[in-house]
Design a protein around this ligand. Structure first.
Ligand code: ZN
Ligand code: ZN
Length: 111
């Protein structure tokens, strides 16, 4: 599977029996439906979200991406309390987070 943002191939990472795709270039993370929720734990997030948050912020400039599974445009989510947190979601397939964003998102799940 190719990264929906930078089109580089992604590597599969398995964590706690959940399969994730991580971009080998921008380190963005793709989770199939339910995967992000299953792994929304701070320690796990730090383990899999290995990219540089600065790179993730640069990637925020690419704001129109298509779902890597169905190629339909993904919806963009903003968290008003966490301006850095912007992620994309396809209702049918899953979520994409830029580097550093999954960690923020996982933390926000426990507030
Ligand atoms: Zn990428
Ligand atoms: Zn989709």
């Amino acid at each position: 599977m190719d990264c929906p943002k930078c089109k580089t191939s992604m590597e599969e990472v398995t964590c706690d029996q959940v399969l994730i795709d991580r971009c080998t270039k921008c380190q963005g993370l793709w989770f199939d439906n339910g995967g992000a929720e299953a792994l929304s734990n701070r320690l796990i997030a730090e383990y899999i979200d290995t990219g540089d948050a600065a790179t993730g912020e640069e990637m925020d400039e690419i704001d129109a991406i298509n779902c890597p599974r169905c190629s339909k445009p993904m919806r963009r989510f903003f968290d008003i309390s966490e301006t850095q947190l912007q992620y994309e979601e396809c209702d049918e397939h899953g979520k994409f987070f830029d580097a550093g964003e999954f960690t923020l998102w996982a933390e926000s799940q426990y507030q």
